[in-house]
Design a protein around this ligand. Sequence first.
Ligand SMILES: Nc1ncnc2c1ncn2[C@@H]1O[C@H](COP(=O)(O)OP(=O)(O)OP(=O)(O)O)[C@@H](O)[C@H]1O
Ligand SMILES: [Mg+2]
Length: 266
Amino acid sequence: MLEIRDLAVEVAGKLILKGINLHIGEGEVHALLGPNGSGKTSLIMAILGFPEYKVVRGSIKFKGVELTSLTTDERVRLGIGVAFQRPPEIRGVKLADMLILCKKTRQKKKGRTGETKAVEGEPLDEDVLNAAKRLKFSEDFLRRDVNLGFSGGEAKRAEILQLLIQDPDFFLFDEPDSGVDIENVELIGEVINEMLQRGKKPSQRKKSALIITHTGFIFNYVKADRAHVLLDGKIACSGMPDEIIRQIMEEGFEKCVRECLTKENT
Ligand SMILES: Nc1ncnc2c1ncn2[C@@H]1O[C@H](COP(=O)(O)OP(=O)(O)OP(=O)(O)O)[C@@H](O)[C@H]1O
Ligand SMILES: [Mg+2]
């Protein structure tokens, strides 16, 4: 579903990604780990086509379509969704309105459009309300401005809520478990599992994802199929998620990569 070849990306005049190769098939969930500043978020921004993240070499294909010449809007309409690491505050836009917009993105993908907006004093869209309830948000909360004054954990859950409504085919999760308490990581994990159809047999899963995490907490609930370590702008090591996460927790990134390379050469 996602095929990245020899991708090099420059940010603010500096080369951050230096030749990434990554293939994520339909129904697969991959984990991406790496130290602070190694370029994990930059990879997500480059996939989404944010203009500050300049592709200087290589290709990103999604469902066989080359993304690098498309706008962010066009990429999202092809079926890509994101939960940001640090989602921006949007003063004057209610969370409910954002969710209705997410629903419209989904409907356009499926060939339908609906013109709706949350109206003061009127009941909210039923799909939006049900999804909000699933993520333990009250109706009052939905009438707040997007991310304005949200706690760290609330902002993370609100990102997941938007994805639940948008229902893309490919999900990018940038640290969905950072700064989230244990109960809410469990809740987020359950919802991610549902969205990614992890309850189905592997051959029947249609949704794919790339999950960035530092702690690996999310993998107590969501099983990834493969894990990669990003170091110095390159994928330095790939393997089974449990093994890679254990090595990183016990011995750090450099040692994990060294052992990985040793294994490859024997
Ligand atoms: N818009 C930007 N302008 C300037 N520098 C940037 C920008 N975005 C990223 N960088 C730089 O690129 C490097 C990689 O950043 P990135 O956010 O991709 O790292 P990361 O792996 O996601 O780190 P973390 O684990 O801390 O989230 C950092 O040195 C960062 O300062
Ligand atoms: Mg990051």
